[in-house]
Structure formats: C-alpha cells, structure tokens
Design a protein around this ligand. Structure first.
Ligand SMILES: C[S@@+](CC[C@H](N)C(=O)[O-])C[C@H]1O[C@@H](n2cnc3c(N)ncnc32)[C@H](O)[C@@H]1O
Length: 465
C-alpha cells in the first residue's frame, strides 16, 4: 500500500469489526472500511493511516457481498441512527454473537464459553419508544439533495451525521420509531418554522428551539412530546402544544425542558408540563411503569421484556431467594422478578431513578423490593446482605475493580451479569473468574441495524477445592 493521503485502492472485505466497519487487509495491515461488509470487493479511499492500521471509505462497490440488502431508509449510509441497514438481518445477529464470543476469548481469556445464538428482535423496525431529534439552523444535505433548488437549506430537525455535533440531517421519516412519530415530527417542524422563535445554533449557542424528544407507549399507543429549549417562553410552547393536540389525539403529554447548558444533551435543568399528565405508561410483562420525560427506560420495550425474561431464566429463582440488583436504575428488573423470589434489594446512584423505582413498585403493588440510593460501593457496604443471587447491570464502562472485589467477597451462589458492552463484560467476567464459572452467555438484539448488542451471562460459583 502506498503511503500517500487519499490513496484509492481495490480491496476485498473479509471481516467485520466492532463498530460495524468491514475489515480489508492490504499488505498485511488491517484497514477498517466504512459501510462495507465481508464479501464486498470495492475501490476504497484511505482516509487515515496509523502505525498498525488504516481507515477507509468505500468509493465504488465492484462486487457486492451476498450479505447485502437494499436499505429501506433513504438516509441509510449518512445518518448515525442505524448504520447496518444494508446488512442482512440474520448476518447482523451472527456478527453480534461472534463479537461477544471474540471479546470473551481475546479480552477475557474465556475460551469455550457457551455463547448462544443472538435472540432476534421483533419487530426489526419501529422498535424505539424514544427518539431525540436535534434542531439546527442549517440542514446537512444528502448527495441527492445537493444543487436542487426546491430543497431549502434552512431549519433541520433530525439526526446527526455519525461522529459530528453540527451536521444534522433533516429527517422526514425515521424507520426506528412508529410511523405516527414521523407525522408528529413533521407538525413540530412546521410549528417551529411558524413560531417566530429562532432555532438554537449548534456553533453560536444562541437561539431557542433545541431538541424534540418523542416517547411512545407500546401498551396504550399514547405519545409524549418533550420540547427542549434554551430558555422559557410559555407562549411559544403553548402555541405548539395547541397545534399538536388539535392534530394528534394520541398525544397525552407535552413537556418543556429548559437548558442553558451548551452541551448537546436533551435534558433540562428545569421542566414544565405544558399539557397533560407529564408522563406516559408502559408495560413490561404484567407490570406497568410510569415514565417521565427524563426517566431512564429501555428504549425498546419488547426487547426489554425479552432481556428481563432472560435475566429471570438465568437467575433460576424458586421463590425463596434474596436477590441483590446492582445498578438497579428505575427498578424494572427488581419489579419484573419480584414474584419469583422472597426479596430484592436494588442499589442505584441517581436519586430520581430510585424515586421512579419506588413509585413503580407502589403502582404495581410490589412490596418486596427495597432500594438503596448511593454509589454501588457505599450501597454494598450499607446493604449488609447475604444474597443468594446477585444481578449486575452496570453502565458501558462495566464494574469498578473494587466492586468486583466486594461481589467476590459476598460469594453468592449465582451471578447474572447484564451488559451492553461485550468488551467490559469480558474484562469483568475474567476478574469474577477467580470464583465463578461462566455457565452461559445469551446475546440479545435490542437494536436491529446497529452494531450494539446486549448480553446476559450466567455465572455459577465454583466449589472450593
Ligand atoms: C445500564 S443501567 C441499568 C438500568 C436498569 N437495570 C434497567 O434495566 O433499567 C446502569 C445504571 O447504573 C447506574 N449507575 C452508574 N454508576 C453507578 C454507581 N457508581 N453506583 C450506583 N449506580 C450507578 C446508572 O445511573 C444506571 O441507572
């Protein structure tokens, strides 16, 4: 490979890397190719070189992999919402499983663990119950839109080009949300245009409209609109609420989060319920959950049900056990398993999540779940529990080493580890390996057309020699 910038070469894609990029090999060096899959042959442009690897873009497909399908979304390949639409779904599932297996082997040194085939999602589109769309002063034009006079370059309400903070594609139809969401989004776009208030500039940090967050319930088909703005302006919000209510009886809540922070995060320092309840209701299994604009809730409701059922199956509860749920969030796992054990103790750092968990217990008449609010280490010290089973569902960074040490010292008979990051899963399972055998790992697809994969691992305590 010649070491000149922007070299274009022909290459065969033979593997796939985490992050969804294809891998080609040129003179022994791995080249990570955007939007390419194993079986592709193409002309690729080298965009970045490092000592041991290079990055590239596919310029021209000379021979398409049999794993390719025509993506149904017109933004596919440009939008960061889902980057794997062009890959056959059964191959997505196979690659996800392979990725989990490889991480366990390479990072954790855990060879031969039983990694089951990935549990598929159903449906594979319109599965998200929450979407956040960014407002921008100028839309990022797709190649097909360039130079077309009828396309106004102004206001965008949509999703980012991957890896960018200021390139926003104006999204007319997102296939990840139920179709009604796209009609609501269109009405919000019109409302913003006609409001006379400026859109927030992602570089200038001046302006009013920042994000539109849509939440929907699989249980009753109700919707929540959360408009995130840079300041308070009741007239503007009331006017938008009026037009949304007039058109969409399915909307049961309209909320305004206000944030003066420059960071592109759709959570406000203050919140006002503009109209309606200020929450929606969702159902997982036979349990109901109240979800406010800023509550954490799994974004794929049906996927969450499959995930929690897998946790329950792995926990192997008989009804008499004391269960400790570390990183318990809004209490969805404790509530889901509450009928199957004697008691659940959850530990969670975010006070609002604990408040949601306690409220959701009351809502469901669940009396055997308690929650400790605080950092996991402090919570473990306060818990003074002798659990039979410990469920661990940490954030992407995984468990702190000290937390691993505490769990090892507690030595419950069984651990169930829920992970959204196979790399930290592998690292933590290796640490827990001092006393626990990985009995099985179940990858679950919660996010079709993305490379993300959830896993549930069952660990059994080894008998002491
Ligand atoms: C992946 S979520 C788990 C959510 C929950 N199990 C569920 O399914 O809804 C991880 C949770 O860990 C919490 N968390 C992160 N760091 C923590 C810490 N140091 N101590 C306690 N909780 C923490 C986060 O607030 C978040 O709710």
């Amino acid at each position: 490979m010649r070491r000149r910038k922007q070299t274009i070469v022909e290459a065969d894609v033979t593997g796939i890397a985490f992050g969804g990029r294809g891998i080609a090999r040129l003179e022994g060096m791995a080249v990570f190719v955007e939007q390419a899959v194993p079986g592709d042959r193409g002309r690729i442009r080298i965009t970045r070189r490092r000592r041991h690897y290079a990055e590239a873009r596919l310029v021209e497909l000379l021979g398409a992999s049999p794993d390719r399908v025509a993506p149904p979304c017109r933004y596919s390949g440009f939008c960061g919402g889902c980057t794997w639409q062009f890959l056959r779904y059964d191959r997505q599932l196979a690659y996800k499983r392979e990725h989990v297996r490889e991480c366990l082997e390479r990072i954790g040194g855990i060879g031969g663990a039983a990694v089951h085939p990935t549990l598929p999602a159903d449906p594979v589109f319109a599965y998200r119950n929450k979407m956040e769309f960014t407002c921008a002063e100028r839309r990022w034009l797709l190649p097909e839109e360039m130079g077309r006079d009828e396309i106004e370059p102004g206001l965008a309400l949509g999703l980012h080009v991957p890896g960018t903070f200021n390139k926003v594609i104006d999204i007319a139809q997102c296939l990840l949300q139920p179709p009604l969401g796209n009609r609501i989004l269109e009405e919000i776009r019109s409302g913003i245009r006609e409001s006379g208030r400026p859109v927030y500039g992602l570089r200038t940090h001046a302006g009013f409209w920042r994000f539109a967050m849509l939440r929907s319930s699989c249980a009753d088909g109700r919707w929540m609109v959360n408009m995130v703005t840079a300041s308070e302006d009741a007239d503007a919000l009331d006017a938008l609420a009026l037009r949304l209510r007039a058109k969409f009886p399915e909307i049961s809540s309209i909320v305004n989060n206000v944030t003066a922070r420059k960071a592109g995060v759709a959570v406000g320092e203050s919140e006002r319920v503009v109209w309606g309840d200020g929450f929606i209701r969702e159902r997982i299994g036979r349990f109901e959950f109240q979800i406010s604009a800023n509550s954490f809730f799994q974004t794929n409701t049906r996927g969450a049900a499959r995930l929690y059922q897998t946790v329950l199956d792995c926990a192997g509860l008989k009804g008499t056990e004391v269960v400790l749920d570390l990183y318990s969030g809004t209490g969805t796992i404790p509530i889901f398993i509450s009928n199957s054990c004697r008691e659940v103790l959850g530990v969670e750092i975010v006070p609002a999540a604990v408040a949601d968990a306690e409220r959701n217990c009351r809502l469901n008449g669940v009396a055997n779940c308690r929650f400790i609010r605080g950092d996991i280490l402090e919570g473990l010290a306060r818990a003074d529990a002798h659990p039979d089973v410990v469920i661990i569902d940490p954030p992407r960074v995984g468990m702190d080493k000290e937390v691993v040490g505490r769990v090892l010292a507690m030595a419950p008979a069984r651990l169930v580890y829920v992970s959204c990051n196979p790399a930290t899963l592998a690292r933590d399972l290796a640490l827990l390996g001092q006393r626990y055998e990985v009995a099985e790992v179940q990858p679950i697809d919660m996010f079709p057309h993305t490379f993300h994969v959830e896993s549930v691992a069952r660990l059994e305590r080894r008998a002491l020699p």
